[in-house]
Ligand binder design. Structure first.
Ligand code: CP3
Length: 317
């Protein structure tokens, strides 16, 4: 999950003096950071080191990641004229991603790499608001006042996200994950009208690729089924919906991923171990459960706790 590396001293050292998005576009560095958590924690798969806003940058949008804040846009896209200035991804612009994936896959050997991108709603929420926002006032106003512009911006975003993910899979990633982290901020009706059609465009554009399509958002219990129906083949579940409940909502035939509450990483070991056991037990009712956290790794996490948790899940302790 996001920021897995941030709790690692070797990550902080590798990133010294390099801006977040610049580090994503240096293939050797991105591959090294991709490998770090795999080497240390002995997890069963790596997640490509990148960010959901990287394709915006590659398409020429002025965006940076401000430490402790998140993605910040130089010029938010809020008018028809702003929209008209958006560029496209080219094979050349995607080359650093392709190179970084190839290096990562070569080093990972038999360990699979998960590629990913952001769903149009979550990426466009940064593009339109200009930065992180819990309430999304500009987005909500645009949905109602200028739905045509809203849909055009999300349609464009779907195209660049799909291109970004396709490049990763074609370069060797073994699964893809579409993050609609902030979808849970929409009610079901708004999700279906303003977000789902564009996520469906991404999933449809990638459906010819021979890999699983994982879909994840936070606080998405009420949206799980609708999110699955955009074309996912595996559903990521945050830590608020128990897996047996998620399995029930989804009808009992969808593999699940995630669900461990990252808050337990900083608490007593016994509580974490009991929580993990509960998650594993509930996950058994689903056709499959890919064990993972239900959201990002908090940066202050003691990395040894994660290593120990992985050993516990592997049945080694
Ligand atoms: O853990 C990993 O390194 C995996 C790669 C990864 C990153 N971002 C690297 C990153 C992944 C899968 C993401 C996805 C991502 N990025 C999402 C969707 C998943 C989720 O967590 O919901 C979102 C919403 C973003 C946007 C974003 N990027 C945020 C909100 C932040 C946090 C800003 C902060 O400092 O609090 C980032 C930065 C980011 N992306 C970091 C990493 C390793 C931290 C950069 C740093 O400070 O070193």
């Amino acid at each position: 999950m996001r920021q897995a590396g941030r709790s690692l001293p070797e990550y902080r050292k590798a990133r010294e003096g390099v801006a977040m998005l610049d580090s994503c576009l240096r293939p050797e560095l991105a591959a090294e950071i991709t490998l770090q958590p795999v080497r240390r924690h002995k997890v069963d798969a790596g997640i490509f080191f990148s960010d959901i806003v990287v394709p915006l940058k590659l398409a020429g949008v002025g965006v940076e990641i401000a430490p402790g804040v998140g993605p910040v846009l130089e010029n938010p896209v809020r008018t028809r004229a702003d929209f008209g200035r958006l560029g496209e991804l080219t094979p050349d612009s995607l080359q650093p991603i392709v190179d970084a994936v190839k290096l990562s896959v070569a080093e990972l050997g038999s360990t699979p790499l998960i590629g990913f991108g952001g769903a149009p709603f979550t990426v466009a929420s940064y593009l339109i608001e200009g930065g992180p926002s819990k309430t999304l006032p500009v987005c909500r106003a645009m949905m109602k006042d200028d739905p045509a512009l809203w849909h055009d911006i999300l349609d464009w975003t779907a195209g660049i996200t799909a291109g970004f993910i396709r490049a990763q899979v074609e370069a060797g990633a073994s699964a893809l994950q579409l993050f609609d982290s902030w979808a849970g901020r929409l009610g079901l009706d708004d999700y279906l009208e303003y977000a789902a059609p564009h996520s469906r465009k991404v999933m449809t554009a990638l459906s010819d690729l021979p890999v699983s399509r994982v879909h994840f958002g936070v606080q998405t219990g009420p949206l799980l089924k609708a999110m699955y129906e955009v074309g996912a083949t595996v559903m990521g579940v945050d830590y608020e919906t128990p897996l047996d409940e998620a399995n029930r909502i989804l009808g009992g035939n969808v593999p699940l991923q995630g669900n461990i509450n990252p808050d337990f990483l900083s608490g007593p070991w016994d509580a974490l171990a009991a929580h993990v056991a509960d998650v594993l037990e509930r996950g058994k009712v689903a056709p499959a459960h890919v064990v993972n956290l239900g959201h990002g790794v908090p940066p202050e996490t003691d990395p040894d706790v994660i290593t120990k948790m992985v050993a516990l899940v592997h049945g080694e302790i």
